[in-house]
Design a protein around this ligand. Structure first.
Ligand SMILES: Nc1ncnc2c1ncn2[C@@H]1O[C@H](COP(=O)(O)OP(=O)(O)OP(=O)(O)O)[C@@H](O)[C@H]1O
Length: 331
């Protein structure tokens, strides 16, 4: 299957960076939802906006596709200032996924996925082909699911259709507002994993809003922690954020269990190994897995170390003490 952007003959938009340049939003009642925020999202990266309820996350997200008009500042997609372009045309270039998906209930899955291509005037055949590709990409067999209506799907399946629809016209940017929060935790974890695989293939520029720190750490290339009024407290990789919170606010926000969270985003590399590969009775762990996986393997096997392998051959051992060090700030 051709999963390259615009695989059905479109010119291909690939991904564009997003620059928020001093954006502000004051609602008509005088609420300063976003006082001033500057942030750059590199092309092809997934950036998570996280922060306490009411800090302005959704307002920021919706200013990017102009569902909410900024009261100040500029937003650039690549080099283009989009604060002045036609918002309706803009939204056709930006995928948008929300919590309860918002599928059209009286349209089939295939028709839902083809919404934006139809608005763009694609031919019927091209839309049908693109819908099929996208459904396969999100793990739904088009022959089985294409003719169903949204109420004939599970919550997780609906969410996948929502993602397929958002990607259908090969948007330059994907905005996601709490996309996985309406499904139960097990389905959520599976959707997150599938979504990471999908992102590895399509490499869109994505801004995702969530309340869930674990989700932020799992999905984000970078995380922007916001406080009230859209104030940017820290903008960093998950490992840096958990390892070195920049302020007491962030420290409190990432919580006392940030050490264990940090292990989950710390890969086991050759540099961290602290013993020779001598003990073949130890549980094995391939290089590149997380320090959290290493600790889990030790706890399961009741050992104090794992044998780390590279291409199936022993590369060294990693001790429990070393893993615990990796969870400490500043290591
Ligand atoms: N239309 C509106 N008019 C006035 N104030 C608004 C409006 N929409 C949002 N607000 C306020 O702006 C602030 C930011 O809201 P926003 O929805 O962006 O926050 P959020 O971080 O996404 O919150 P949550 O996590 O609870 O969804 C809040 O104080 C909210 O009450």
């Amino acid at each position: 299957m051709d999963v390259t952007p615009g695989g059905t003959g479109d010119a291909g938009h690939s991904a564009a960076s997003i620059t928020l340049d001093g954006i502000r939003k004051r609602y008509p009642d005088g609420t300063d939802a976003v006082r001033e925020l500057s942030l750059e999202v590199p092309a092809g990266e997934l950036v998570v906006l996280i922060g306490p309820s009411g800090c302005g996350k959704s307002t920021v997200l919706r200013m990017v596709n102009r569902l909410i008009e900024p009261t100040g500042g500029r937003i650039l997609l690549g080099d283009e200032d989009i604060t002045r372009v036609d918002p309706v045309k803009l939204r056709r270039r930006i995928g948008y996924v929300i919590q309860n998906v918002g599928l059209f209930p009286h349209q089939t899955v295939t028709t839902n996925v083809g919404t934006v291509p139809r608005l763009l005037g694609w031919s019927k055949e091209r839309i049908r082909q693109r819908s099929g590709e996208l459904l396969e990409l999100v793990g739904l067999d088009p022959a089985q699911f294409g003719r169903r209506y949204p109420h004939e799907l599970s919550g997780g399946q609906r969410q996948r259709v929502g993602v397929a629809r958002a990607l259908a016209a090969d948007p330059v940017v994907l905005l996601m507002d709490e996309p996985f929060s309406a499904v139960d935790p097990i389905v959520r974890t599976r959707l997150q994993e599938e979504f990471l695989r999908l992102q590895a293939e399509v490499r869109k520029t994505i801004v995702l809003v969530t309340h869930d720190l674990d989700e932020a750490v799992r999905l984000g290339d970078r995380i922007a922690v916001l406080s009230e009024g859209g104030r940017l407290e820290q903008y960093d990789t998950p490992a840096a954020l958990l390892g070195a919170p920049a302020s007491p606010f962030v420290r409190e926000f990432v919580g006392a269990d940030r050490g264990i969270r940090r292990l989950a985003v710390t890969p086991v590399t050759r540099e961290v190994l602290d013993g020779a590969a001598t003990d073949a009775t130890l549980p094995e762990l391939p290089l590149g897995r997380s320090a959290y996986d290493a600790l889990a393997a030790m706890l399961t096997a009741g050992t104090d170390a794992v044998l780390v392998t590279a291409d199936g051959r022993p590369a060294g051992t990693l001790s429990r003490a070393r893993v615990l060090d990796l969870g400490q700030p500043g290591s």
